[in-house]
Design a binder for this molecule. Structure first.
Ligand code: ASP
Ligand code: MG
Length: 408
C-alpha cells in the first residue's frame, strides 16, 4: 500500500482520562505500523476547557482576552504531552508541539482567532525521520507573539488547517459519535448515519445547529478540499466522509434535518415604514457584533408603520435589547417584544437546487402536526422555520418522516 499522510484528531471525550489516551495511542500506532505518516491533533480532556473558562470569568467577568487565551489554552498542553508519552511507551517516536512551537500563526482576535499560516518545515523534517507529531489543537500564535485560541471547538479547525498545510491525504476526526446522521439520533430513533455528505451540506448542518464539527473547520475543509472523516474513537468502523459533491452518487432531495435551540426572536412593533429604517436598526447591531439571522418585515397596513421580526442567538439577546432600547426614540418604534422560547428547524440538501416543492412539503408536514410557523427563511440548499421550542421533537420527527429519511 502506498504511504499516506494522515491527520488524526481526537476530541475531549476521546482523551478524557489516561486509559483513553492509551487507547488513542494504540489507534495511532496502527496507522504508523501500516507505514503512514501521522500527525495527531488533540483537544483538552472533556470538561477541562469549561472549567478554565469558568475560572477566568470568576475572576473577571469582562476579562482581558489575551489572558483568557493564556488560561484556556492550557488544557491542550496536558493532553499533547500525555499522548506523546503514551505513544513513546508503545515504542513509537513521538514529539508534542504547542501552537507557538510550530508555529500556527493566527490573527490577533483573541478568543476566536483565525489561522493565517502554518510553518510545516520542522514537521516535514520529523516525518522524514519517522516521527509522529502530536499537536495541541485550539492554540495559535498571534502577531504580537502571544498565545491565541480559535474559539470553542477549535481543535477541529486546527486539524483541518494542519491537514491542508501538510497536504494530507485524509483528516480523521475521532469523536464520541460514529458519524454524521440524518438528524439527531437522540430525538429520532430512525435517524440514519450518512456514508458521505457534501461540504456545502455539512456547512449548513454545522451552521444550523448540528454540533459535530466547528463551522470554521468545515469552511476550511471545503476551501482546501481536505477529505474529512468523522468517526468514533470507541468503535472500529468507518464514519461519515465529508467530500466534494461530485463524489456523492445518490443525491436525496433532503439530506437531513437540523435544529438549533440557540435562537431568540425579537419583534419591533410599529416601526416607521420609510427608506433607511432597516439600515438604522441593523447597523447598530452589526456594530455591536451581533449576528442577525432570519428577518421578516410585514407589509404595513396604513403605509406608515410596520412590524419587523428577526432572530439573534440567545447569548446576544440581552445586548440586542439594550442596543435597540437605547435607540428607541430615534428609531421611532412602538414596542419591543423578545421571545427566547423558540427553535429553528431546518431541512438541508443539495438536491433542493433541482427539485421544486421542497418547502411546501415542510409546511404541510408541520401543519398536519398543528405546529405554527413563526418565521421562514430559505437559501439555495436549506429551508428553515422558527417554531415554539416545545415542538422541537415533534417537528424534527415529522420532517424526518416527511422527506423519507427514516431508516427502514
Ligand atoms: N478544548 C477546546 C474546547 O473545548 C477546543 C476543542 O475541544 O476543540 O472548546
Ligand atoms: Mg468538538
Amino acid at each position: 500500500m502506498a504511504r499516506s499522510r494522515i491527520v488524526m484528531k481526537f476530541g475531549g471525550t476521546s482523551v478524557a482520562d489516561v486509559e483513553r489516551i492509551k487507547s488513542v495511542a494504540r489507534r495511532v500506532k496502527r496507522e504508523v505500523d501500516a507505514g503512514h505518516e501521522v500527525a495527531v491533533v488533540v483537544s483538552a480532556m472533556s470538561g477541562v476547557t469549561n472549567q478554565l473558562v469558568a475560572w477566568t470569568s470568576e475572576i473577571a467577568r469582562l476579562h482581558d482576552a489575551r489572558e483568557y487565551d493564556v488560561v484556556v489554552a492550557t488544557g491542550e498542553q496536558v493532553t499533547t504531552g500525555l499522548t506523546a508519552l503514551a505513544l513513546q511507551e508503545l515504542g513509537i517516536s513521538a514529539r508534542s508541539w504547542l501552537g507557538w512551537q510550530i508555529p500556527i500563526h493566527t490573527d490577533d482576535a483573541h478568543g476566536k482567532a483565525r489561522i493565517e499560516r502554518i510553518d510545516t518545515e520542522e514537521l516535514e523534517r520529523r516525518f522524514a525521520q519517522g516521527q509522529v507529531a502530536v499537536v495541541a489543537g485550539f492554540q495559535g500564535l498571534g502577531p504580537d507573539n502571544r498565545v491565541t485560541t480559535l474559539g470553542r471547538g477549535g481543535s477541529d479547525t486546527s486539524a483541518v488547517a494542519l491537514a491542508a498545510a501538510l497536504k494530507a491525504d485524509r483528516c480523521d476526526i475521532f469523536t464520541d459519535v460514529d458519524g454524521v446522521y440524518t438528524t439527531d439520533p437522540r430525538i429520532v430513533a430512525k435517524a440514519r448515519k450518512l456514508d458521505k455528505i457534501a461540504y456545502e451540506e455539512m456547512l449548513e448542518f454545522a451552521s444550523q445547529g448540528a454540533k459535530v464539527l466547528q463551522i470554521r473547520s468545515v469552511e476550511m475543509a471545503m476551501k482546501h478540499r481536505v477529505r474529512l472523516q468523522v468517526l468514533s474513537s470507541f468503535e472500529d468502523k468507518p464514519g461519515t466522509l465529508v467530500v466534494d459533491e461530485d463524489e456523492i452518487v445518490e443525491q436525496e432531495v433532503v439530506t437531513g434535518v437540523a435544529y438549533s435551540r440557540d435562537e431568540a426572536k425579537v419583534t419591533l412593533m410599529r416601526v416607521p415604514d420609510r427608506p433607511g429604517v432597516a439600515a438604522s436598526i441593523f447597523g447598530p447591531l452589526a456594530d455591536a457584533n451581533i449576528n442577525v439571522d432570519m428577518i421578516v418585515q410585514n407589509t404595513s397596513e396604513s403605509g406608515q408603520f410596520t412590524d419587523l421580526t428577526f432572530t439573534v442567538t440567545k447569548a446576544d439577546l440581552e445586548r440586542t435589547k439594550k442596543v435597540l432600547e437605547d435607540r428607541r426614540v430615534a428609531l421611532g418604534y412602538h414596542a419591543l417584544d423578545a421571545d427566547s422560547n423558540v427553535v429553528k428547524v431546518s431541512v438541508i440538501g443539495l438536491g433542493m437546487r433541482s427539485h421544486a416543492g421542497v418547502a411546501q412539503r415542510m409546511f404541510k408536514a408541520l401543519a398536519e402536526k398543528g405546529i405554527n410557523i413563526q418565521v421562514i427563511s430559505t437559501s439555495e440548499i436549506k429551508v428553515s422555520v422558527l417554531v415554539a421550542e416545545e415542538y422541537t421533537e415533534l417537528a424534527v420527527r415529522a420532517l424526518h418522516t416527511a422527506y423519507g429519511l427514516d431508516a427502514a
